[in-house]
Design a protein around this ligand. Structure first.
Ligand SMILES: [Zn+2]
Length: 114
């Protein structure tokens, strides 16, 4: 077994891999299982990053609420538009991330079922 450099992404990979685990570059014959495993890993990674992004956006929602609370001095006064804008942007981003996550999870289930 030797370590070779992938010609497409320049990452170092084992010469036993016929499919680069980083970019999916095919070196010679690739069987169906290997290709499916590569796709499954890619989607699993995407699910991981989307989950992290959704936690980040939830933190922004909490920050928007805290900002509103401070800006209104315990809900007694009118707030500037800043907290509303942050809340709206974070809520929209959260919805987009959740729908992407939903789609990725469906794709993951489909790959496992084959
Ligand atoms: Zn590669």
């Amino acid at each position: 077994m030797a370590i070779v450099t992938c010609p497409q992404c320049d990452n170092r990979i084992s010469s036993q891999f016929s499919l680069c685990p980083h970019c999916g570059f095919q070196r010679g014959e690739v069987d169906e299982d290997e290709l499916r495993e590569h796709r499954r890993r890619k989607i699993r990674d995407r699910v991981y990053y989307l989950k992290m992004a959704s936690y980040g956006v939830l933190t922004l929602l909490l920050l928007a609420f805290a900002w509103y609370w401070v800006a209104t001095d315990n809900f007694r006064y009118q707030s500037s538009s800043g907290p509303y804008i942050l809340f709206t942007v974070a809520a929209a981003a959260y919805l987009v991330i959740r729908s992407l996550l939903f789609k990725s999870n469906l794709a993951l289930k489909k790959i496992r079922r084959i």
